[in-house]
Design a protein around this ligand. Structure first.
Ligand code: DC
Length: 221
């Protein structure tokens, strides 16, 4: 039977960095579900749809076929066959993904893809509703978080390192808005699963978080 690890938490908690490196170490597949929502969001943006146009989102999302490939261990998200990895990491796409992921038709569209990957492979899957909704039977569940200030500073440092201009206060505001939406939506809101281990990484380094999670997984294998 495939071994499933679910990591949920708010934007900027370090889920993808940690999940990627734990997966590489344990030879699991890393599944970034946020990237799938971002691919649908990109499709909506390209078609001129606005974040509050719910009926149009329901209709248009059906045309966005999302699939996943692994190239040298890296997840490549395909949108109607096109590799969209280079276009989905912007704040604009992230904000649209947060808004459009409140739509039940968008969520339903990605559910089978996510469950299917976890049924067939040992996965570390990160997102918002993995432990609570997508993989309720996951052998290990982790709720990874950090204070808004720490998460904003991490994102700021990432963007600056990429040579992008940004404003710390703006990022903080964006993260707070995204938290509010992701945690309070009606369907599959972000929350800690009852059987998830809570990890606040505000004062932890990457290696420490990684080792804590690897120890947890090994104790259940
Ligand atoms: O993790 P991320 O920032 O790439 O995710 C972008 C948005 O996608 C996030 O704000 C909410 C949505 N999302 C979701 O609703 N459920 C998931 N499992 C993953 C992401």
């Amino acid at each position: 039977m495939a071994f499933n690890v679910a990591i949920d938490g708010p934007a900027g908690a370090g889920k993808s960095t940690i999940a990627k490196s734990v997966a590489a170490e344990l030879n699991f597949i890393y599944v970034d579900t946020g990237a799938m929502y971002r691919a649908i969001a990109l499709y909506l943006i390209r078609n001129g749809i606005k974040a509050d146009e719910n009926a149009k989102i329901s209709e248009k999302c059906k045309e966005a076929q999302v699939s996943i490939q692994y190239v040298d261990g890296k997840q490549v998200v395909l949108l109607n066959g096109e590799d969209v990895n280079p276009y989905i990491r912007t704040e604009e796409v992230g904000n649209m993904a947060s808004a459009s992921s409140t739509n039940p038709d968008v969520r339903a569209q990605l559910l089978d893809l996510q469950r299917d990957l976890a049924a067939k492979n040992d996965v570390i899957m990160d997102g918002r509703d993995i432990g609570t909704n997508i993989l309720p039977g996951a052998q290990v569940k982790i709720y990874l978080t950090a204070s808004i200030e720490v998460r904003a500073k991490r994102r700021y440092n990432e963007l600056i390192a990429k040579g992008m201009e940004c404003d710390l206060k703006e990022i903080e505001k964006d993260i707070a808005e995204r938290d509010e939406r992701d945690m309070n939506r009606e369907i599959a809101p972000l929350k800690q699963a009852e059987d998830a281990v809570f990890l606040d990484t505000s004062d932890m380094g990457i290696e420490e978080v990684k080792n804590t999670i690897i120890d947890l997984i090994r104790s259940k294998q």
